[in-house]
Design a protein around this ligand. Structure first.
Ligand SMILES: Cc1cc2nc3c(=O)[nH]c(=O)nc-3n(C[C@H](O)[C@H](O)[C@H](O)COP(=O)(O)OP(=O)(O)OC[C@H]3O[C@@H](n4cnc5c(N)ncnc54)[C@H](O)[C@@H]3O)c2cc1C
Length: 365
């Protein structure tokens, strides 16, 4: 049986980005995705400036159908009483991009650089061999010298490798749906209510994405889109009579922790590597940063046997970018959970856009 250099499990943004980065460096790379492409997913679909730059470096931005995306200039917080704070992102700003279009662009680029992308290839078991890894899929076995697990939040591979850390904190969930209307703002809007936030992202010339994030206990764990929308009367009014443009999709619990990202001939990337929350809209950007770092390291690591030690530069990059994301996310969650603290803070940011912009620049660069 042919042995590939790298097998990536999961054809989401993280998996495709690692595969592109590895194939660009001459590695024989196969991606196993359980569904068909393009892959849709519950997501706020806001890409931050550094995520956009990574997409360009990977060569995928040129394949993005711009009609399925909308540039946004910054972030606007909207409170229950209508008070707002607006901050611009550093140039060139962000991009709201429909997940189907993002997936198409990454798939096109992956195939262009020679990645062997196999759809309907759910990995049902894996085992270590002397020279790498053997994976079982319904369409046959796949062998490779290195395994990248990019299999999302619930990551069966993270669990199978014994790297899952059980969490007992509050459980947060997400839900999203698109609506067919001209975006009413060039900002990503974050609307706050008690126990739930709503994200409004322009994602096409005539499309707006609405994503809700909420905490079980404050709002029921299994709650519908309409019930969540009812927490935001201003938003509900704007969307009254507007035709939906997608099915409702959900995800969660959002917070996930892995003991480490690396083991011999193995690495975790994307949500599988660890996740805090979607409240800052950085999951894709984080995934691309880590995918680029891992992809760049793989040729050298493989030449040295791809033991855990050879992968530590990737673990260190992950720690660095994740730490910043984690602090920011926990900070914003702390504010979101305490309306009496959040209201004056957002009012202050509203009066001092320069301060908001400095904070945003520090977070996203
Ligand atoms: C409500 C919500 C809003 C969000 N908003 C934003 C935002 O605005 N901006 C942002 O940057 N991020 C946002 N995120 C986060 C972002 O969606 C994720 O960080 C991103 O999707 C991570 O990509 P991934 O490739 O790691 O995982 P995924 O996109 O989940 O991809 C994992 C892939 O693995 C496949 N898979 C799983 N198991 C197997 C298996 N055994 N065999 C084969 N294939 C398998 C799945 O089918 C899937 O395609 C949001 C998330 C949520 C839930």
């Amino acid at each position: 049986m042919k042995r590939h250099d790298v097998v990536v499990v999961g054809g989401g943004p993280a998996g495709l980005a690692v595969a592109i980065a590895a194939a660009q460096r001459g590695l024989d790379t196969v991606v196993l995705e359980r569904s068909s492409t393009p892959v849709d997913k519950a997501c706020g679909e806001g890409l931050m400036p550094s995520g956009l730059a990574a997409l360009e470096r990977l060569g995928a931005l040129a394949h993005l159908d711009r009609r399925e995306s909308s540039p946004f200039v910054g972030i606007r917080y909207v409170q229950e009483d209508g008070t707002t704070a607006e901050g611009k992102l550093p140039a060139p700003g962000g991009l709201g991009v429909r997940r189907l279009a993002l997936s198409t662009a990454l798939v096109t680029r992956a195939r262009e650089v020679g990645v062997d992308l196999r759809e309907y290839s759910q990995v049902v078991a894996h085992q270590r061999t002397d020279e790498g890894v053997m994976l079982e899929t319904p369409t046959g076995a796949v062998q490779a010298r290195f395994l990248v697990a990019a299999d999302g939040l619930a990551s069966p591979l993270r669990r199978a490798e014994g790297l899952d850390v059980a969490l007992d904190g509050p459980r947060r969930f997400g839900l999203r749906r698109h609506f067919r209307c001209v975006p009413w703002t060039p900002y990503v809007e974050v609307h706050f209510a008690s126990g739930v936030e709503a994200y409004v992202t322009p994602a096409g010339a005539e499309r707006v994405g609405i994503a809700f994030l909420w905490e079980a206990g404050t709002v029921a764990e299994r709650v519908g889109f309409e019930a969540l929308l009812a927490h935001f009367p201003r938003l509900a009014e704007k969307l009254a009579g507007v035709e939906p443009d997608s099915q409702v999709r959900g995800a969660g619990p959002l917070a996930r922790v892995a003991r480490t990202r690396v083991a011999d001939r193995f690495a975790l990337v994307g949500d599988a590597a660890g996740y805090v929350d979607a409240v800052t809209g950085e999951g894709l950007t984080l995934a691309f940063a880590c995918a680029e770092s891992l992809g760049a390291l793989l040729p050298d690591a493989l030449a040295k046997g791809a033991g855990r030690d050879t992968l530590m530069p990737y673990e260190r990059t992950f720690q660095r970018v994740f730490r910043k994301y984690s602090w920011t996310t926990h900070g914003l969650l702390m504010l979101a959970r305490r309306p009496r603290l959040r209201r004056p803070v957002v009012r202050l940011l509203g009066h001092s856009p320069w301060l908001f912009e400095r904070i945003l620049a520090a977070v996203v660069t």
